[in-house]
Design a protein around this ligand. Sequence first.
Ligand SMILES: [Zn+2]
Ligand SMILES: [Zn+2]
Length: 275
Amino acid sequence: MPAFICVTCGTQFSPSETEPPRCPICDEERQFVPPSGQAWTTHEALARRHSNTFTQHEPGLIGIGTVPAFAIAQRALLLKTEKGNVLWDCISLLDDATVAIVNGLGGLIGIAISHPHYYSSMVEWARAFDAPIHLHAGDRQWAMRPDPAIKFWEGDTLTLAPGVTLICCGGHFAGGTVLHWAQGGQGRGALLSGDIVQVIPDKKFVSFMRSYPNLIPLSAPSVERIGRMLAPYPFDVIHGAWFDRTIARDGKQVVERSIARYLKAVRGDGSAELI
Ligand SMILES: [Zn+2]
Ligand SMILES: [Zn+2]
């Protein structure tokens, strides 16, 4: 039985004889069903037309993305830790070349994913590398392919390896998580931020939203909470969700000034729009 994959968000569902009736992740205000309607593919069909590409963002951190682009087109990050490699976020395609390359790099000790838009084919990856998947329990309802490899964690933080910490910030999703890598950024600290702290074209700022494609903002208290959760962690570099979304310097100040700008905008008297 094929495990169908939603073409719009890249999420793989439990194996079924027929296509699932709908994709709950797309049929929701933080994603969308395109005007052409819900469409499905399979891992086999995807592998015939796409392959994965690898880019080293910095020593110990390799981006893995699919070409030509598929679904949301995020890239995963393979992070080298003292304990072994962690995959941060995930992608739909896991082809034979990717399995061989990741095994050549030492395999995976775990997979951690920022939020449901990047759950993708996580179970394929978990099985290929015999690795657990760490998802925040706040997003339990969005796991479309239940599997014993999925380990739901609760609370504010989870340490995966020395200096590698998952931080639940909420925001975009209730269980929205970022990864703090203390040794990243050549020792200055790095934040792997998914869509939870969104790296935007103006690299002097980041932003925060409930829905990016549909432009639904977050409340001020939600953004303040993100700030409180990140406050204890030093970082200089921010690696966002796509290959070109990296802030190379002053990441901490960028986040602090962006939170201040966001709160001013949503609480403001409108004067900002008149400037
Ligand atoms: Zn979908
Ligand atoms: Zn998202």
